[in-house]
Write a protein that binds this ligand. Structure first.
Ligand SMILES: NC(=O)C1=CN([C@@H]2O[C@H](COP(=O)(O)OP(=O)(O)OC[C@H]3O[C@@H](n4cnc5c(N)ncnc54)[C@H](O)[C@@H]3O)[C@@H](O)[C@H]2O)C=CC1
Ligand SMILES: CC(=O)C(=O)O
Ligand SMILES: [Mg+2]
Length: 371
């Protein structure tokens, strides 16, 4: 198969769909890999390094979209990209369609086969292609919160861990999955007081064992969210219902109860966000203020640390990408976990939660592939 890797064009996105190490694996397996010139600039991988790994370098993204059987990216296609996708072409990348009806329409119109990293599943009920970026974003969320809490950035002027004799900040994670766990680990490691809320009791039990009392856990009821948000200095939005729009847990009224200069980091913004007052921002201008509360809502947080993120992402995507390159659509048909990643195929939505969030009809993946 001919596999194409365009340079990412989202604002301040420095990751790359295939690292040179991954290119070598595809080439070793007998595939042709075409990489856009400078695609690896954000991770310091020159065209020469990609050539040495076996790639051919293309002068433009247009050449890649016109000739590749499968496009491997990081971020959801931007308008100029989805316009170039074709029927029969596989797109393998993050999509987050529930929060992006315009892109959803573009993918439907293109006729392509779009597999979303974030809904591919594993045998343990996890999301193996979302997890590595959630690990990165969860850890980064505490760096973002710590920065935004500084006075000259509009924050309360509070050090996350405090110092001996002075109270630390209170950090609340809404959601105790991968993002919430990694945020809690970082915050607790810095000495902050940390509470994680989740509506899964088994998950809260796991967290209780994992953190051995250094992190409090709380079942996520309306009242618990209200109380924790009220007392928090920083709230991390980390909930997810796979494929669907994020549940809106924090209303504007709750926000008003927070102390001025407190911070929210809505990591779940890529699925629409879990705060009523959230809207997506970019690394160019990551924060804004509503009712005295600093909002950080960057939808591609891991793009800020592309060396770590590209490698972590490729470690997870490689086996799935190789299966797609070897078998094409047959890999989706035979592997239920890849099939869970199929969001759009030949003009139809094939993921139930995605279609329901968009209020649009869907066809089960098996049916759409067989048609
Ligand atoms: N902004 C960014 O750059 C990035 C955003 N993300 C996003 O972060 C979000 C979280 O991802 P993960 O931690 O990997 O998901 P996850 O599936 O590991 O964890 C989500 C948790 O939310 C809990 N949950 C669901 N509904 C809830 C509710 N109503 N109340 C309390 N808890 C609830 C679930 O039980 C689960 O434990 C996703 O939207 C993901 O796309 C991930 C990476 C980067
Ligand atoms: C998960 C995601 O959207 C990202 O890493 O940007
Ligand atoms: Mg994102």
């Amino acid at each position: 198969m001919r596999v194409g890797v365009p340079k990412e064009i989202k604002v301040h996105e420095y990751r790359v769909g295939l690292t040179p190490g991954a290119v070598r694996e595809y080439v070793h397996a007998g595939h042709e890999v075409v990489v856009e010139t400078e695609a690896g600039a954000g991770i310091g991988a020159t065209d020469e390094v990609y050539r040495a790994a076996g790639a051919r370098i293309a002068a433009s993204a247009a050449e890649i979209f016109a000739t590749a059987d499968m496009i491997v990216k990081v971020k959801e296609p931007q308008p100029g990209e989805w316009a170039q996708l074709r029927p029969g072409q596989i797109l393998f990348t993050y999509l987050h369609l529930a929060a992006d009806p315009e892109q959803a329409r573009g993918l439907i119109a293109s006729g392509c086969t779009a597999i979303a990293y974030e809904t591919v599943t594993d045998a343990r009920g996890g999301l193996p292609l979302l997890a590595p970026m959630s690990e990165v974003a969860g850890r980064l969320s505490i760096e973002a919160a710590g920065g935004a809490l500084q006075r000259h950035r509009g924050g309360r002027g509070l050090l996350l861990g405090g110092v001996p004799g002075v109270q630390p900040a209170h950090v609340v994670a809404l959601g105790g999955g991968v993002v919430g766990t990694h945020a809690a680990r970082m915050a607790a490691g810095l000495g902050a007081s940390v509470t994680v809320l989740d509506r899964s009791l088994p998950r809260l039990r796991e967290l209780d064992e994992l953190f051995e009392g250094r992190v409090r856990t709380r079942y996520s009821t309306l009242a618990a969210v209200e109380q924790e948000v009220f007392s928090a200095d920083a709230v991390i939005g980390a909930v997810l219902v796979p494929g669907a729009s994020a549940p809106r847990l924090v209303t504007r009224a709750m926000l008003k109860s927070m102390k001025p200069g407190s911070v929210i980091v809505d990591v779940a913004i890529d699925q629409g966000g879990c705060f009523e007052t959230s809207h997506a921002t970019t690394h160019a201008e990551p924060t804004y203020e509503v009712d005295g509360i600093i909002h950080y809502c960057v939808a591609n947080m891991p793009g800020a640390v592309p060396l770590t993120s590209s490698e972590a992402l490729n470690n997870a995507t490689l086996p799935f990408g190789l299966a797609l390159a070897a078998k094409g659509l047959a890999a989706v048909a035979e592997n239920p976990h890849l099939r869970a990643g199929l969001n759009v195929h030949r003009g139809r939505f094939t993921h139930k939660a995605v279609a329901e969030s968009l209020g649009l009809p869907y066809a089960p993946a098996e049916q759409a592939i067989a048609a």
